[in-house]
Design a protein around this ligand. Structure first.
Ligand SMILES: *Cc1c(COP(=O)(O)O)cnc(C)c1O
Length: 395
């Protein structure tokens, strides 16, 4: 019996992977213990964020870093930082962007559900390129007086200029490039790749592969922009005389302290900050090859149990959403001969006992995916048995 049942909610089996709507990921005991310890002490949040920034900077090769309440919050704060810099008047003014650079350029192919995060702080997205072809001049000609930054979504499945080309053009016009890398780890090398390629701000999710708190993420990148993110995010309830960054006023770097910024409602707690840092430290200390081998083993255990069903093809693919990163089981149904669709099967699994959730990205073409990332060994026979019983002829 879990704490959820005490409140009348039934836990589920998650074969989708670290999806926010299904509870993200499960944290390891070391992370949970660190969060419990963090919850027992008071700490100055800006000092904790500065320490987190140094730690994240070392891991990623960036100048600095900042912990957010998720990657989506990181995108919103990054957009805000690029629009205002350290100017307290502009910071106070958002989401009204009147009089400031507020256009964020984005490949037409990079439009997606998460671009709402950029728009939420008052930015306007300006698209460039065609769905099937993008030339460097498309980006260059889109740059204008009001351009604040360029947004980039480094998923290999979409037609886009390579990131180094985008960076070269953007930097020629003194523009920052924001990269949404929320889903780009694994592979672990991507923690540094986009910074190495010159991106100014790179955003990651903490509650996915890193197995950190579900409501955590981080931004790494240029120190001045990270400081602006901190200003947008801070809880500014003190007088300038006692403000942590009052030296910046005396040194003329900033005209005065901003009030609460657009990020104040994206609060992140001390427990999440510590949880994320410990999760990141663990991620680096662990054997990533073993993790990949475990994932493959789990996929094989399910796939072997599903062989020999008429009208059903089962294979292990090298990444369901993204090649090379996480092996997945791919089940292709001959919907006509089976007399049921992938959606029928998904619904039956969700409504059964225990409730099982699988990847529905390609259900429209009769395919179901299973990610091994959030499955325990005990889940594997349960999933296979339930799918078998739903797909066996005559059922
Ligand atoms: C998950 C995801 C996000 C949002 O991450 P959160 O940490 O849940 O806020 C943003 N962008 C992409 C591409 C994602 O996959």
């Amino acid at each position: 019996m879990s704490i959820y049942e005490e409140f009348g909610v039934q836990p589920i089996i998650n074969g989708v992977g670290p999806a926010t709507r299904l509870g993200g990921t499960i944290m390891d005991d070391e992370v949970l213990a660190a969060m419990a310890d963090a919850a027992r002490h008071y700490v100055k949040i800006d000092e904790l964020q500065d320490a987190a920034g140094r730690f994240i900077g070392e891991l990623t090769g960036a100048e600095s870093g900042y912990v957010t309440s998720g990657a989506a919050a990181g995108l919103a704060l990054s957009a805000a930082a690029c629009m205002t810099g350290l100017d307290p008047v502009r910071i106070n003014q958002l989401p009204n962007p009147a009089g400031m650079k507020h256009e964020i350029l984005i490949h037409r192919t990079h439009r997606y559900d998460y671009d709402h995060a950029y728009r939420s702080v008052g930015a306007t997205l300006v698209e460039f390129g065609f769905p099937d072809a993008v030339h460097p001049y498309a980006l260059e000609s889109a740059i204008g007086e009001r351009t604040a930054a360029v947004a980039y979504y480094p998923t290999p499945s979409r037609v886009a200029l390579p990131l180094p080309v985008v960076v070269e053009i953007a930097h020629r016009y003194d523009l920052a490039v924001i990269v949404d890398a929320a889903l780009e780890v694994p592979p672990i090398a991507n923690l540094r790749t986009f910074i190495e390629q010159g991106a100014d701000l790179v955003v990651f999710s903490g509650g996915k592969a890193f197995r950190g708190p579900q409501a955590s993420g981080f931004v790494c990148g240029r120190a001045d922009l990270i400081r602006a993110i901190g200003f947008h995010h801070q809880d500014m309830d003190v007088h300038p005389e006692t403000w942590t960054y009052r030296d910046m006023i005396e040194e003329g770097q900033i005209t005065g302290p901003p009030h609460h910024g657009i990020g104040r409602q994206m609060k992140v707690g001390k427990e999440e900050i510590i949880g994320l840092l410990v999760a990141l430290r663990r991620y680096f200390a662990q054997d990533r090859d073993k993790e990949h081998a475990d994932w493959t083993w789990r996929c094989t255990a399910i796939a072997e149990n599903l062989q020999g069903l008429p009208g059903v093809e089962v294979e292990i693919v090298d990444g369901f959403s993204r090649a090379g990163a996480v092996p997945s089981v791919l089940i292709s149904l001959d919907e006509a001969s089976l007399g049921k669709t992938a959606f029928d099967v998904l619904r039956a699994l969700q409504d059964g006992e225990p409730r099982i959730f699988l990847n529905e990205e390609r259900a429209w073409k009769g395919q179901i995916g299973i990610s091994p990332m959030e499955l325990g060994d005990e889940d594997l026979p349960v999933i296979a048995t339930r799918i078998r019983s739903l797909l066996e002829v005559g059922e």
